[in-house]
Design a protein around this ligand. Structure first.
Ligand SMILES: NC(=O)c1ccc[n+]([C@@H]2O[C@H](COP(=O)([O-])OP(=O)(O)OC[C@H]3O[C@@H](n4cnc5c(N)ncnc54)[C@H](O)[C@@H]3O)[C@@H](O)[C@H]2O)c1
Length: 493
């Protein structure tokens, strides 16, 4: 299982690191298992910043229904931080396992579900191993990041019959569900084309160039890591499967040349030791944030994972400027862009339908991964949604609202995952391996397009890809009301 570290951490070192902290590695898993009631059992692999949402959910909000039975990561320091969080939550402290003991963890702690929150390039290994060992899996997006790994996951899911869920929290954000509701209602008729443009600002956007995301071998770039969220939203909004992808991409902002254009002498290795930190607007002070310090700076001696690498360093090999066209199996076409150096954070999406147009924009608040800022938080008055009929005045909609991360979407999704008997969802927001695959394969195709300049057919990338269940959408062949005749002013313009 590859990872963004200089060298693997062997089991002895891992055990030593945990026991130095007074937390024995295998805190008697059997005794631990007995001490807790028969709630659904979850293990988490990958104890970085994203895992925290799941751990908090299991140990606080949904503790009547769920229990955390094990934690696993390649970095023993981050496992220890997570175990301390269990103690802080007043929950039984689960045993911690090294990544090399993943199967041992499953055998000893018998989770019903494994939650995968490791770096993207390792998702497939854990998804496949967990399903082979008889567990259902909840994976963070992206499902995985290459066509080969995707094929492995599709094949294993089919062979084992295990359930795989990809947590596309963006679908659950109330204003985005509202967009789906309008599209389903037929108010703009059937959608013929989509214009979807996502902006990452120079705080959140820059952050992808500091960490493992900046290297294709770990992330396959923002077409997979970031845009898989957006491609999934688009697929789900229009209720269709992507068929063909055209794309161009480049990196022109996070480069050594830009460091010089910004007046720096040069790029450097990392912020923590940067000789020009006082001059750099992209400086990140890990030591100044208690969360970042505990999660990353204090743990880097275990694995050499620096959270604050220079955003202008030459070895970065991902794009910061990406344009993609997608044709769907129902005829819908989409123009999409992602820019990682923008003046504001958020997106604008337009659906052009046979009866009118739906325009929807969200301006997000500033976010830094691993800090106490709210990810995907919506800026004040940040949502605009309006419908414009073909020949009538626009109708501005009162936005559906929610609270918390990802515009309130995380809470709605967690309710669905952890509460027993979740109510039926008319928007069919829960997603499986096919939705996960459909989203990442657009990214895989776009990356191929960047390299070759050629269109890429999704059907050429994997076999056995099925259309996920999508909520019914307006007919694309039925009658459409004739729009009112356009009024022309007498006497000319
Ligand atoms: N849905 C969302 O909105 C959202 C938000 C943030 C992150 N994510 C996803 O969550 C995942 C984790 O992201 P993060 O921001 O927490 O990153 P992170 O760098 O904070 O954490 C990644 C963790 O994986 C561990 N790791 C690396 N290689 C490993 C291996 N081989 N085996 C076991 N553990 C290994 C690292 O030690 C680290 O603890 C990513 O897949 C990311 O796409 C999703």
């Amino acid at each position: 299982m590859n990872s963004p570290i200089r060298a693997g951490v062997d089991r002895r070192t891992f055990v030593k690191a945990l026991s130095t902290a007074g937390l024995a590695l295998g805190t008697a898993p059997a005794a631990f298992a007995q001490a807790v009631a028969p709630r659904r059992r979850f293990a988490i692999v990958g104890t970085g910043s994203r895992h925290k949402m799941y751990q908090m959910a299991i140990e606080t909000t949904y503790k009547e229904h769920a229990q955390l039975v094990a934690l696993c990561d390649l970095n023993p320091g981050r496992v220890e931080v997570a175990r301390k969080l269990s103690a802080k939550n007043g929950a039984p402290v689960p045993p911690g396992y090294a990544h090399t003991d993943f199967l041992k963890m499953i055998a000893e702690t018998k989770p019903d579900f494994v939650i995968v929150t490791t770096v993207d390039s390792t998702h497939d290994d854990y998804i496949v191993a967990a399903m082979e060992a008889g567990c259902d899996v909840i994976s963070e997006k992206p499902l995985t990041n290459t066509a080969e790994k995707c094929q492995r996951i599709l094949d294993t899911t089919r062979r084992t019959g295990r359930h795989l869920r990809v947590t596309f929290n963006y679908r659950y954000s109330p204003p985005r569900t509202q967009v789906k509701d309008i599209l389903m209602s037929g108010e703009i008729g059937d959608v013929l084309s989509v214009d979807f443009h996502w902006m990452l600002n120079t705080t959140h956007g820059a952050d992808y160039f500091r960490r493992w995301h900046a290297h294709k071998k770990f992330s396959q770039g923002l077409m997979l890591h970031k845009a898989s969220h957006h491609f999934d939203l688009a697929n789900w909004w229009v209720g269709a499967m992507p068929e063909t992808v055209w794309a161009v991409g480049k990196r022109e902002f996070y480069t050594p040349a830009m460091a010089k254009r910004f007046g720096l002498e040069s790029h450097h290795e990392r912020c923590h030791t940067c000789p020009e930190s006082a001059k750099c607007g992209f400086y990140m002070d890990l030591a100044a944030s208690p969360e970042l310090k505990e999660m990353y700076l204090d743990q880097e001696h275990h694995d050499g994972y620096f959270r604050d690498r220079c955003v202008f360093r030459p070895e970065i090999d991902i794009e910061d400027t990406m344009n993609v066209m997608v044709r769907y199996d129902n005829g819908v076409t989409m123009a999409y862009s992602l820019n990682a150096f923008n003046a504001w954070e958020g997106y604008t999406v337009v659906f052009n339908g046979t009866k009118g147009r739906l325009e929807h924009t969200i301006v997000e608040s500033t976010y830094v991964n691993g800090t106490n800022t709210v990810q995907g938080g919506i800026a004040e008055n940040g949502v605009t949604t309006r419908v414009i009929p073909l020949r009538g005045p626009p109708r501005k909609l009162e936005a559906w609202t929610g609270a918390g991360s990802h515009g309130g979407g995380d809470k709605v999704m967690l309710d669905e995952i952890f509460l027993p008997d979740a109510p039926a969802d008319k928007y069919l927001r829960a997603s499986n391996q096919y939705a996960g695959a459909a989203s990442i394969l657009i990214g895989v195709a776009a990356n191929k397009g960047f390299a070759t300049g050629q269109p890429v057919k999704i059907a050429d990338l994997v076999t056995g890809l099925e259309k996920p269940a999508y909520a019914p959408m307006p007919s694309r062949t039925g009658p459409v009301p004739m729009p009112e005749r356009a009024r022309t002013r007498r006497g000319g313009a």
